[in-house]
Design a protein around this ligand. Structure first.
Ligand SMILES: [Zn+2]
Length: 255
């Protein structure tokens, strides 16, 4: 049972008990308000932190000793070819979680991803700010639209899905279960989209890595391209090897 369901059950039980206590004059009204606030905070944190597996079980790290996986979200973009050049030079295979509408604009990059041994995952079609507020049906439609596009472009249907913004909720969970996708989270959030200082970003990544880490990066960011070679070289010096996320997790990348 997901923590979300357990939280709901506990909330109802505590609320009933507190109601009785309140009617009996044992507790004040604000205890009920406090319980309600804690409940809402838990629901929100559970939505934000994909690692909690609160609404949906996601793969957030692997178990292989000294192996780590690079994952890039939101492309293809103008930066993607330069990132691919680095990966090729360093002989690293990664995962690219593509936004469908960007993949439609750059089919040549989608083909290059595939030809160079990278794995392609689904990161919704529009990646709009309202993604998580949509109905299950609309979320399913976005996932399927991107899957069809990838199938048309390279002949395989992705099974890996990364929820936009890493946000999950009951509708996202139902959509992922309905489509049979694997939800892929992360254990290291680089925050490269907010990074301004390449040295700081590089050091933050290097000091934090552990065996089995799934590292979230973006192939839309120049700073990510800037630090990529150094990160790969220095992580290798620390004894890490790079695996594709599907290999790190021992799951199928395509249907
Ligand atoms: Zn994204």
């Amino acid at each position: 049972m997901r923590p979300y369901k357990i939280t709901n059950i506990l909330f109802v039980i505590v609320l009933v008990l507190l109601d009785i206590a309140y009617l009996g004059g044992i507790v004040e009204w604000w205890s009920l308000v406090m319980v309600f606030i804690v409940y809402i905070v838990l629901l929100v944190l559970g939505a934000i932190y994909i690692e909690w597996n609160f609404y949906l079980r996601s793969f957030n790290r692997g178990k292989k000793e000294k192996q780590i996986a690079l994952t890039f979200d939101d492309g293809p973009s103008d930066i993607t070819p330069a990132i691919l050049d680095v990966l090729k030079e360093q002989n690293v295979q990664a995962a690219f979680f593509t936004i469908g509408k960007n993949a439609a604009k750059h089919p040549e990059i989608v083909k290059r991803w595939h030809e160079e041994g990278h794995v392609i995952g689904n990161h919704s079609y529009h990646h709009g700010f309202n993604f998580d507020w949509q109905s299950r049906k609309k979320i399913v439609a976005e996932i399927e639209q991107t899957n069809h596009l990838i199938l048309k472009t390279i002949g395989v249907t992705p099974l890996l899905f990364r929820p936009p913004y890493g946000v999950t909720n009951p509708n996202v969970a139902r959509a992922v279960n309905h489509t049979g996708m694997h939800s892929i989270g992360w254990s290291v959030r680089s925050l490269d989209t907010r990074g301004k200082d390449p040295i700081k970003l590089l050091n933050k990544l290097l000091t934090g890595i552990e065996s089995g880490d799934i590292i979230l990066l973006h192939d839309t960011m120049a700073i990510t391209r800037e630090i990529l070679t150094d990160f790969i070289v220095q992580a290798r010096q620390k004894g890490f090897t790079f695996a594709r996320v599907d290999q790190l997790l021992d799951i199928d990348a395509y249907a």
